[in-house]
Write a protein that binds this ligand. Sequence first.
Ligand SMILES: C[S@@+](CC[C@H](N)C(=O)[O-])C[C@H]1O[C@@H](n2cnc3c(N)ncnc32)[C@H](O)[C@@H]1O
Length: 185
Amino acid sequence: MSRSQLTLFADVLQEVEKFPGWMQENELRWIHEAAASLQPNQFWVELGVHTGRSALCTILSLPPWAVFVGVDIILGSHVGFSTFVDRATYLRPDIKLMLLKMSSKEACKLFQSESVHSVFIDANHTYESVMEDITLWKNRLVPSGILAGHDYIPDFPGVVRAVNTFATPVVHGYSIWEIKNPKNR
Ligand SMILES: C[S@@+](CC[C@H](N)C(=O)[O-])C[C@H]1O[C@@H](n2cnc3c(N)ncnc32)[C@H](O)[C@@H]1O
């Protein structure tokens, strides 16, 4: 695999499928398309990195010189994490990686309002945590920013209830929720 933005989803998937996780192919496809829609120097924040499956999909799909911020309270403790970092930095040396071992709430303090172009929420799935993540990070988004997350399914009633508090989301693939016009919610 060559070192550049992977414009074909099939090429991204081939890399990402080496990493375990819960993100399904149709969800990875949405991430691929959403990440590719950013511009150079724009920020994509992922809350909940785990082994890096969704993070790698994002990183491989971002435009050159974009910034990927991965936040996980136990960052690096999952088997396979270092392989994810090696692969991401080898394939996309042009992407600035910020990997933060801290809570979503702590990480939020590092960013100014309206400084982030996409926030993808896949951390703690309780109602209280998802409410907090949406409330805090919505403020960090630029006006046209992407606010989305994973596991909008009955198995995670806390996610569904919290997201519905803000808006009826658009659902992509199996369980990705996206709130359109998040700054107005
Ligand atoms: C479902 S996994 C993420 C999966 C990953 N996005 C993927 O698709 O491969 C959830 C992760 O969120 C992290 N997490 C849980 N609560 C958190 C919090 N308050 N702040 C940051 N990370 C948190 C966990 O440590 C775990 O690694």
